[in-house]
Design a protein around this ligand. Structure first.
Ligand code: AMP
Ligand code: MG
Length: 405
């Protein structure tokens, strides 16, 4: 059986960034990956400007504290000065307003005294260029501002607007189809009859896919028969870059997903890995419309499905969306109490992180098995455990993967 690392390699070797698309710049670009170089179309600032509210002065006039100057005009942001500053003169100036000709410093308003006349007393001996930002100091026409591969945060979106980029080329978001399978499943709006349970995996996977940068779409519930599965699998392969199935990949007599995927032309690259929770994980690929589709069969137990997604699908979706940083964020934490485990496989155990005065404390959560979504509500991290007997005393340092970071 494949190790976690080998399984991830199988997946990522077949996951390449999607092509680019052009979209109007809006907040929906947040978190997406740029697919073009962006350069400055103007100098910033476009003119020499004041960075403070105060008076534009000639330093030569202000060698002594208390000198009185004639105020010739008031320059507000967005206005162009009309009067040069001559000897013994100053202009009232606001933050962002252009520096008038002749001025070589700005004195902040707090270091002046105005008496309601057209004169101002300067209580400062300004340094050269004080509070003046010269044209082009931030950027010059043609400067490269952003490079392909850059992830757009709010500040990148601000810079795109500064550079007048109203349309941007971004790596496409992967379309993700989600298919829950099982004869026992009903939708959340229904009341379960005997033997039935509500489909919690599909909405949970949909939320995980969205959080990982995908565009999720639910295909409804597939029943444990070949016809039902085949038509929904085909719909998923036709419409999406990634098809996720939950349930039906284990060793039960109605676990038909591997067979149905093979019948739909999906090549399985692995089925079953050395990993807990989620040993039956299946990964395959298929070709549709000249493009590669990634297919994941997740075990139906909600925690297995959740953890398999975070460990194996999240990196794949992020790679498709053009991200270079694929891994869950990792923190070093201190075990808050002793922890004893006995696992036959490498295990990712749900855990709870808490801020401590020295960093992070972590506590494995207690659960009654991998269907226990209620206990999993407490989890915000995964504790990686080696196979075999593990006895960690309280205070032991461990590296933990953050789920909500
Ligand atoms: P399976 O992997 O199909 O053998 O399912 C394993 C367990 O997960 C069974 O107890 C299923 O009832 C449960 N299960 C499967 N699919 C879902 C789902 N979409 N939502 C909640 N539980 C599920
Ligand atoms: Mg099933």
């Amino acid at each position: 059986m494949l190790s976690v690392e080998a399984a991830l390699r199988e997946i990522l070797d077949r996951s390449a960034p999607l092509p680019a698309e052009s979209i109007p710049l809006s907040v929906s670009a947040l978190g997406r990956v740029l697919a073009e170089e962006v350069s400055a179309d103007l100098d910033m600032p476009p003119l020499d400007r004041s960075v403070m509210d105060g008076y534009a002065v000639r330093r030569a006039d202000c060698q002594e504290v208390g000198v009185s100057l004639l105020v010739v005009e008031e320059i507000t942001a967005g206005r162009i000065p009309t009067k040069p500053i001559g000897a013994g003169q100053a202009s009232r100036i606001m933050t962002g307003a252009p520096i008038p000709e002749g001025a070589d410093a700005v004195v902040v308003v707090e270091k002046t005294r105005a008496d309601g006349t057209d004169r101002v007393e300067i209580l400062d001996t300004p340094k050269p260029e004080q509070h003046i930002l010269r044209r082009g100091k931030e950027m010059r026409v043609g400067d490269i501002l952003l490079s392909p591969g850059c992830v757009l945060r709010p500040q990148e979106i601000g810079i795109l607007a500064t550079a007048g980029k109203t349309n941007v080329r971004l790596i496409q978001l992967p379309r993700v189809a989600i298919l829950a399978t099982g004869d026992e499943l009903i939708e959340a709006s229904e009341t379960p009859g005997p033997g039935q349970i509500r489909n919690s995996n599909a909405p949970m996977l949909e939320a995980q896919a969205l959080r990982s940068g995908g565009l999720p779409r639910r295909l409804g519930i597939g029943r444990d028969d070949m016809d039902s599965l085949l038509s929904l699998i085909e719909e998923g392969l036709e419409t999406s870059h990634v098809l996720i199935l939950s349930g039906g990949v284990s060793a039960g007599t109605r676990d038909l997903v591997p067979q149905a995927l093979a019948a739909a032309g999906v090549t399985a690259h692995f089925h079953k890995i050395r990993f807990k929770p989620g040993k039956p994980l299946l990964f395959g690929t298929a070709d549709r419309a000249g493009e590669r589709r990634l297919v994941f069969g997740l075990p139906g137990n909600p925690i297995s499905s959740f953890v398999c997604f975070e460990v194996f699908l999240r990196p794949a979706l992020r790679r498709l969306a053009g991200h270079a940083d694929l891994d869950l964020p990792e923190v070093s934490a201190t075990l808050a109490r002793e922890a004893n485990f006995q696992n036959d496989r490498p295990t990712y155990h749900p855990a709870r992180l808490r801020k401590s005065p020295t960093g992070w404390d972590v506590e494995p959560i207690e659960w009654v098995g991998s269907s226990d979504l209620r206990a999993f509500l407490k989890a915000d991290a995964l504790l990686r455990l080696p196979p075999g007997e593990v006895r960690y005393p309280a205070g032991h340092r461990v590296d933990v993967l953050r789920l909500d970071g």
